[in-house]
Unconditional design. Structure first.
Lengths: 391, 78
């Protein structure tokens, strides 16, 4: 029965950073990072876009082999294909998640964490000895790991949270069903990400084009099933691509869920922390989760290390993790969620008219402030949306 | 909790399922499991609420009629 100090379940961005930080904060601890799949980073279930500032807190993208493409422009598209170009609106990156996740896991390993691939946690229970006993399966063998701290970074399935008795379920209205192809041989601006908002194309979500290179992109969409006409996400995506990129070669395909809710009410209990998608730490407006996950992983790793050093892994002590997260980003997500709810009432005709309003502003003067002001003057129905940002 | 045996329960078509795990947190009674790359719906726990069916991005989940039991006793626990 292996005895470990910190057992991290899931080697995505949250788990890899958590393992790395725990070991860095307390090198004397035994830290083990489990990955269920045979390779860290695969299969990719992600559009792979990330903002520059958040990424740089953890890694330098300049010249890195885990970057697919640098992005400088954002192009919003209305339902009628009217484009609103925000040129030079900020820098972002499209990652190569198979390499990026492996890079983060390698950093954890370099700090001294043990990384185990093809190794799946299948159950856990709190034992009388104050440790979590975690059942771990690897290549047909089964072992019970005894852990002082378990960090659940197991993504949308969030089984660690469930086993620990935390409420991790998601209402159907807050689950985005996503499908995505890697499309080759298509024509678009490779320095821009495209986001198209339309109830007909992606009800309750949006469709995206995220460049991986010239002529190659992640092309996908997310929708809320409750708002559809009965087709699934893949069928909506096929219809959009047939119209938009009829000659594109579909060389890759992925599906998955993005939880567009707010952080779970309680992300901790005795000896357990939950981080990243598993704790619903996703920007509910954008669906972005990579930097959120890394920031939560950093907090979780440091909190776990300090708790073990202080010989107190009680939920009273671990509540500091939750509070720090809420102060850092969790409270913002509550605001974004309220805005998302208000925007749900805007129909396609309104979105078309909003795009034309914004396009009346000269592109070089298209600051967020001006767009915001002009939109509010021309479209008073947005005022309640704006108001929600401040309540 | 009062649990009435449902008329239909969810089943997964493993030839279609992509193992993305989206349906797990949607299931109110936590009847769906993903272990060793196989998704299963626990027929004894499924309440037939259907919340997992439409959100599946590939349509791998469907409802099927639950065959009536020849021994209907103890199906309803007050």
């Amino acid at each position: 029965m292996p005895d470990v100090d910190v057992l991290v379940v899931g080697a995505g961005p949250a788990g890899a950073v958590a393992a790395c930080q725990a070991k860095r904060a307390a090198p004397e601890l035994d830290v083990v990072l489990l990955e269920r799949d045979r390779a860290v980073g695969a299969p990719v279930r992600c559009a792979e876009g990330v903002g520059d500032a958040g990424l740089r807190e953890f890694a330098n993208p300049d010249g890195a082999d885990w970057v697919s493409r640098k992005i400088t422009d954002v192009i919003f598209e209305a339902p009628d294909d009217t484009q609103v170009v925000l040129a030079g609106s900020g820098v972002g990156w499209i990652l190569d998640r198979t390499r990026f996740d492996a890079f983060l896991a390698a950093q954890a390993a370099a700090e001294g964490a043990a990384v185990l691939v093809g190794t799946e946690a299948t159950a856990m229970a709190r034992n009388g000895d104050g440790r979590w006993h975690v059942r771990v399966k690897q290549r047909g063998t089964e072992e019970i790991y005894r852990a002082r701290m378990v960090i659940g970074a197991d993504g949308v399935e969030t089984m660690v949270g469930r086993w620990a008795g935390l409420e991790t379920r998601v209402p159907a209205r807050d689950m985005e069903s996503c499908a995505q192809y890697v499309l080759q041989g298509i024509d678009f601006n490779p320095d821009a990400i495209y986001l198209q908002f339309s109830h007909a194309i992606a009800p309750g979500g949006y469709a995206w084009i995220f460049p991986k290179g010239v002529g190659v992109a992640n092309v996908g969409l997310g929708l809320v099933a409750l708002k559809t006409d009965g087709r699934n996400a893949r069928q909506y995506l096929d219809a959009w691509i047939d119209r938009r990129f009829p000659t594109g070669a579909r060389t890759g395909y992925t599906v998955g869920g993005v939880i567009v809710h707010t952080t779970i009410k309680k992300t901790y209990t005795d000896g357990v922390l939950v981080a990243g998608d598993a704790a619903h730490m996703i920007n509910p407006l954008s669906g972005g989760g990579i930097t959120n996950a890394m920031k939560a992983g950093r907090l979780a790793g440091c909190t776990a290390a300090a708790a073990i050093r202080g010989n107190d892994t009680s939920e009273r002590r671990l509540s500091a993790y939750h509070n720090a997260w809420m102060d850092m980003l969790g409270e913002d997500h509550l605001k974004y969620y309220r805005i998302k709810q208000a925007l749900e009432h805007m129909d396609d005709a309104f979105l078309n008219s909003l795009a034309r309003t914004v396009n009346k502003i000269e592109p070089s003067k298209r600051t967020i402030g001006r767009v915001f002001t002009k939109a509010l003057i021309k479209h008073p129905q947005l005022i309640p949306v704006a108001a929600r940002f401040f309540v | 909790m009062r649990r009435v045996t449902p008329d239909t329960i969810a089943v997964v078509d493993l030839a279609v399922c992509d193992r993305c795990g989206l349906c797990l947190p949607l299931c109110p009674p936590e009847a769906i499991h993903l272990e060793l790359n196989v998704l299963t719906v626990d027929a004894a726990t499924c309440t037939g609420c259907e919340k997992c069916v439409a959100p599946c991005p590939v349509g791998a989940l469907a409802m099927i009629p639950l065959v009536p039991s020849p021994h209907p006793e103890s199906l309803v626990n007050a």
